[in-house]
Write a protein that binds this ligand. Structure first.
Ligand SMILES: [Zn+2]
Length: 533
């Protein structure tokens, strides 16, 4: 979920707010929505903090066979799912975050990688996404060991790809343990990533904050593409995470997974021990501005991380945001299959829209207001991503439609179910149809859905992947019926939960459930190999 789309998608607000809108002036549509005045926060720094290489951290040994603690991050009915991931990518991370005044991480991680590729490997690839210009962080890995032996990694693609040579080739089925010590600097106030990453408005958005194993595609090799700035950057497999994070005591934090232990240290800091179930990534949000409001829905604890300095405003959006989050979770649980995790964090942050991470979503601070319909749209959308991206994964750079088109369709599912008046859902779908029609009327290209992010120029990305994409599933409703579409998506979720899916997996689930040959429709809309009728 990215900004470009969101600013275009604001057009749908017109349905609710009855405000004029054109594709060329999305910001105007947004400013017509009620917003809060921003709180005064620390100014951007002009001289980034220089961090000398620190000594190696004290990093305890890890018993990789013991996954018991990770079960605490699951709803009880799903606790045993963890047992299937003993050999998945395993992370044990110790990190200390301090403010100097940039946000500076000093950290080390043990990673256990088990080769399940079917091929012998002499290299492992980690992604340092923080170093991409789109995120604007500075990550430096200053020490790497493989099974206790120091090795020299290589860096490429703007320091976003780190190759770790293996002294002995790793055969299929074998495991290796790595240790890496690293620093990460988030320049205060530097917001190149639309709020998804960094230290902005006194809020730390810690995403892409650790060296992340890339994906090895058998027969092709490690994925090393440089992400396009307008799409989501990461492509990862499911793993289990344990994180021990030390923060100044005044910071309030929430993370992917659950915090199982909190320890107050003599130096005035607090160390949080966090564990996850099988998750695709790890992220956290921390700020001295945050406070926590929570509730439970369908056995999951929903944690709202919101600004204390705005909470007393009569128009503060926390209460309605909670209501939308509860509804979205319940509707998607009932329609697609259950969200298996014990916790879901909804965090107000500087993004102008919203961004999804496993177990934690970022929601636009300026939309966090009662009466702002975008707040409802973006919460439904980002929670929908827990099913499509977080649980069923995909290459977000090469095949963005797999998660974004399906997640945009979950907005339709949400509005149809959340309101008794069927007109709400109908108008919502119509607004997408209208935008797609307007886009085509401007003579802009009617591209297929399954192209990489970089193939969509300008507003085409939003108009095709986020607008035509969900309308493709409406077209499928016309052919096989809405019930069948919902059932096919539930079957797709059941088959690929915790895995990675591609276009043929979507088609196969629809064809198996409907018992219809849908190749003509998929070729026409998705692959673009047949002209539209
Ligand atoms: Zn999205």
């Amino acid at each position: 979920m990215k900004m470009l789309f969101r600013l275009i998608a604001l057009g749908l607000l017109g349905v609710f707010a009855l405000i004029a809108f054109s594709l060329s002036a999305p910001e105007a549509a947004f400013s017509a929505q009620p917003t809060l005045q921003p709180t005064e926060t620390a100014a951007p720094l002009t001289t980034p903090t220089s961090v000398p290489t620190p000594p190696l951290l004290d990093l305890p040994e890890v018993d990789w066979e013991d996954v018991g603690a990770h079960k605490k991050a699951m709803k009880p009915a799903f606790a045993d799912d963890v047992d299937r991931f003993v050999d998945a990518n395993r992370y044990f991370i110790v990190a200390r975050l301090s403010f100097e005044p940039d946000a500076v991480f000093r950290a080390a991680q043990r990673v256990r990688f088990t080769n399940r590729t079917g091929e012998a490997l002499d290299l492992l690839v980690f992604r340092l996404y923080a170093n991409t210009p789109a995120l604007g962080g500075r990550m430096n890995v200053h020490h790497v060991e493989v099974n206790g032996v120091k090795v020299e990694p290589s860096l490429s693609n703007l320091r976003s790809v780190m190759g770790v040579p293996l002294p002995v080739p790793l055969q299929d089925g074998e495991s290796v343990e790595l240790r890496m010590d690293f620093t990460l600097v988030m320049t205060r106030g530097l917001n190149t990533s639309y709020g998804r990453f960094g230290y902005v408005n006194d809020v730390v958005s810690a995403t892409a904050w650790y060296p992340t194993l890339s994906v090895y595609e058998p027969g092709i090799g490690w994925w090393t593409d440089l992400p396009s700035p307008q799409g989501d950057p990461s492509y990862t497999e499911i793993g289990l995470y344990e994180v021990q994070l030390t923060l100044p005591a005044e910071m309030v934090v929430a993370m992917s997974g659950v915090i199982v232990e909190t320890r107050r240290n003599a130096d005035g800091t607090i160390t949080y021990r966090d564990v996850t179930g099988p998750m695709r990534d790890h992220a956290f949000q921390a700020s001295k501005r945050y406070m926590v409001t929570e509730t439970r829905a369908d056995g999951t604890r929903i944690v709202m991380l919101h600004y204390r300095d705005q909470a007393d405003s009569p128009t503060d959006g926390t209460k309605v945001a909670m209501q939308y989050a509860v509804q979205a979770l319940q509707i998607f649980n009932a329609t697609f299959g259950e969200y298996p995790y014990a916790e879901l964090v909804v965090a107000q942050n500087p993004t102008p829209s919203g961004v999804e991470f496993p177990g934690i979503i970022q929601i636009a601070e300026r939309a966090w207001v009662q009466g702002n319909r975008f707040l409802e749209v973006v919460i439904a959308h980002e929670i929908g991503h827990q099913w499509f991206y977080a649980l069923v994964g995909n290459n977000q750079v090469a095949l963005p439609w797999i998660d974004e088109s399906l997640t945009s369709y979950t907005e339709f599912v949400y509005f149809r179910a959340a309101y008794a008046d069927p007109k709400v859902g109908e108008d919502y779908v119509d607004s997408f149809q209208q935008r797609y029609t307007n886009y085509l009327a401007r003579g802009l290209p009617d591209l297929p859905l399954d192209l990489p992010v970089r193939s969509y120029v300008g507003i085409s990305y939003g108009a095709i992947v986020y607008t035509k994409g969900p309308l493709f599933f409406v077209e499928l409703e016309h052919v096989i019926g809405r019930e069948m579409v919902y059932a096919a998506i539930a079957e797709y979720f059941r088959r690929h939960k915790y895995g990675i899916a591609a276009t043929e997996d979507v088609q196969r689930a629809f064809e198996d459930v409907s018992k219809r040959d849908l190749s003509a429709l998929f070729n026409q809309w998705v692959r673009g190999t047949q002209p539209r009728a």
